[in-house]
Design a protein around this ligand. Structure first.
Ligand code: ATP
Ligand code: MG
Length: 568
């Protein structure tokens, strides 16, 4: 491609509203332009990278036997009514009407469409399993579109859906996708982790998120420093440590006046104790029922874990001050589990191990000291209800937990029969009996992946593309186009290198050397070949973008040099 007429406008300044590096660089290098908030156009360079990523995905998906289809972006609202999601999906779902005032939605995802397709065309176990996928535009009216194409309102997703006749079959389909995803993200040059995530049901093995490690990630990953355990902190289980009360003297409970001392920080300061000695009590309303939740003062309650203890619950919320007064006769800062009647109490495992601890006395301005819940609280359930913390032992028994931030680029999920039952996608089994198909769904944010690649692969001068996704292989530059020797050698190499099957971007612009080199670093193609003063001697300068390595190379050795550098 000739750069003189290539639509690749570069920006010198950092665009004001772009907060993160990938967004800044994608704008500056002319990969994308914003058309409306959270809605982007891809310019030629950006489109080439998208295509490269799509091809990596296609190849790996096809290798698993998955079949590519293309479903419509516009979907009839009735299908979403059938699945029960028309209301549940909320304002993120973009809705529209046609000229006959019939309701449609812009596809945020395609479970409904694919399930209805399969329902109509597959009737027997003999035609299963199938896995179909598409690469297509999705629409989600995100509350806060931001970070460029990382969280946009229109974006490109690869979504796949598997249909099996048994749970074991689903396990296999899931595993095939999981392994394909690992190969895809490795090929994209990404440093990532597959982490266990929240499936909205009990347990963590039914869904994994593929997280690109990055400080700007919105998710926190808990991982072991000594094994491959990794989970979203939303679900990471905490290993219960057993109590060891024997060696310590258990004292009698005492009520202490603690005027205006409400928070854990105030309690620890006032009583001069460590937060690990305190019991944090929080009253929750689960649907209509009050539930008292206890965690150690230095721990945080994990509401997702609580929701797993109440699978059917519609709402789980902290009680209001009025509700707290109603059920415990006291305001929130002074509540605790002692003498509480007719209210379910759930304590985190770690609360069991506190010896002579401190908790609120259900009396304004008072706390109890020397509390030992095993002795002092009669009806109490223990469960894992807190967030894991850095420094905790890894739940798999190997190593210590560390935290990292991650960008979710992919998601594999066991759906089960949720959609096949709602939409009536069943098959006849070997006995001729109808059963609902067992489904899995598997997404990759294609456009988000491109942004994540830039986020992980750049330096102060610009993007540093991993070679598999680079928009071009080579950046050929004639430094001075007015110099005939240079421009002629440029033309010659431009056609020779393309004959060798390289994708070449040829900078034939009548620009100054400084501008050309700056743009070249910004674009970040793996290898730059600059034709300059030594053109007459048939010598060019080759630079490796990633390492900065520079070589003077004779034309007749150029092919072998490039080969070597690219294979490295
Ligand atoms: P998030 O938690 O980031 O909103 P999600 O859980 O809603 O993601 P899924 O419904 O699992 O995402 O969609 C599959 C993939 O699509 C995600 O893993 C992500 O890579 C991508 N994706 C989701 N929302 C967006 C968005 N607004 N912009 C770009 N990519 C997105
Ligand atoms: Mg989302």
């Amino acid at each position: 491609m000739r750069q003189r007429t290539y639509l690749s406008p570069t920006l010198r300044d950092i665009p004001a509203d772009a907060e993160i590096k990938s967004h800044q660089l994608m704008l500056r290098a002319g990969l994308i332009r914003q058309t409306a908030s959270g809605i982007y156009s891809y310019l030629p360079l950006g489109k080439r990278v998208l295509k490269k990523v799509e091809e990596i995905i296609r190849k790996e998906m096809d290798a698993t036997g998955a079949q590519e289809v293309l479903m419509p972006a516009i979907q009839p609202a009735e299908l979403w009514e059938e699945s029960g999601r028309l209301g549940a999906y909320g304002p993120e779902l973009m809705r529209l009407q046609d000229r006959h005032e019939r309701d449609f939605v812009l596809g945020a995802t395609h479970e409904e469409v694919i399930t209805s397709l399969v329902r109509d065309d597959i009737k027997s176990y003999k035609k299963l399993p199938v896995n179909v996928y598409q690469i297509q535009t999705k629409y989600r009216d995100e509350r806060r579109p931001r970070f460029g194409v990382l969280r946009s309102r229109e974006f490109i997703m690869k979504d796949a859906y598997s249909f099996d006749t048994s749970k074991e079959g689903l396990d296999e389909s899931y595993k095939a996708m999981y392994e394909a995803y690992k190969r895809i993200f490795s090929k994209c040059g990404l440093d990532f982790r597959a982490v266990e995530a929240d499936s909205g049901a009990i347990g963590g093995t039914d869904t994994h998120e593929f997280m690109v490690l990055s400080e700007i990630g919105e998710d926190t990953i808990a991982y072991s420093d000594a094994s491959d355990f990794a989970a979203n902190i939303e679900i990471a289980p905490v290993k219960a440590v057993s109590a060891n009360h024997n060696e310590q003297r258990v004292l009698d409970v005492e009520k202490k006046e603690t005027p205006n001392v409400k928070t854990i920080e105030e309690v620890t300061a006032f009583l001069n104790v460590d937060a690990t000695q305190t019991i944090k009590s929080l009253l929750f309303m689960i649907d209509e029922e009050p539930v008292l939740i206890l965690v150690r003062g230095d721990h945080e309650v994990n509401e997702i874990k609580i929701s797993h203890l109440y699978p059917g619950a519609q709402s789980i919320e902290l009680a209001t001050i009025a509700q707290t007064n109603e059920y415990l006769g006291c305001e929130p800062g002074f509540i605790g589990p002692l003498q509480v009647k007719d209210i379910t109490i759930i304590a985190d495992h770690s609360v069991q191990t506190i010896v002579n601890g401190i908790c609120g006395a259900n009396d304004k301005d008072y706390h109890y000291i020397n509390v030992n819940v095993e002795r002092d609280v009669s009806e109490l359930k223990y469960a894992d209800i807190r967030f894991i913390q850095e420094g905790d032992p890894s739940p798999d028994g190997k190593g210590t937990i560390r935290f990292a931030r991650g960008i979710e680029v992919g998601h594999v999920f066991k759906l089960g029969t949720k959609y096949s039952e709602a939409l009536g996608a069943s098959f006849l089994n070997e006995q001729g009996k109808a059963e609902p198909m067992i489904m899995g769904c598997y997404g990759i944010g294609v456009s988000r992946t491109v942004a994540a690649i830039v986020e992980q692969n750049h330096d102060e001068n610009g993007i540093v593309w991993p070679k598999e996704v680079s928009p071009f292989d080579l950046h050929l530059i004639s430094i001075n186009m007015k110099d005939d020797t240079q421009s002629q050698l440029g033309e010659q190499l431009y056609s020779q290198l393309r004959e060798m099957n390289y994708d070449v971007l040829y900078d034939d612009r009548p620009e100054r050397a400084g501008v050309k080199f700056k743009d070249s670093d910004l674009f970040g193609l793996p290898i730059r070949i600059a034709i300059g003063k030594r053109a007459a001697e048939q010598i060019v300068e080759v630079k490796v973008r990633a390492t900065g390595e520079m070589l003077e190379v004779k034309i007749d050795e150029l092919e072998s040099t490039i080969k070597q550098l690219i294979e490295k």
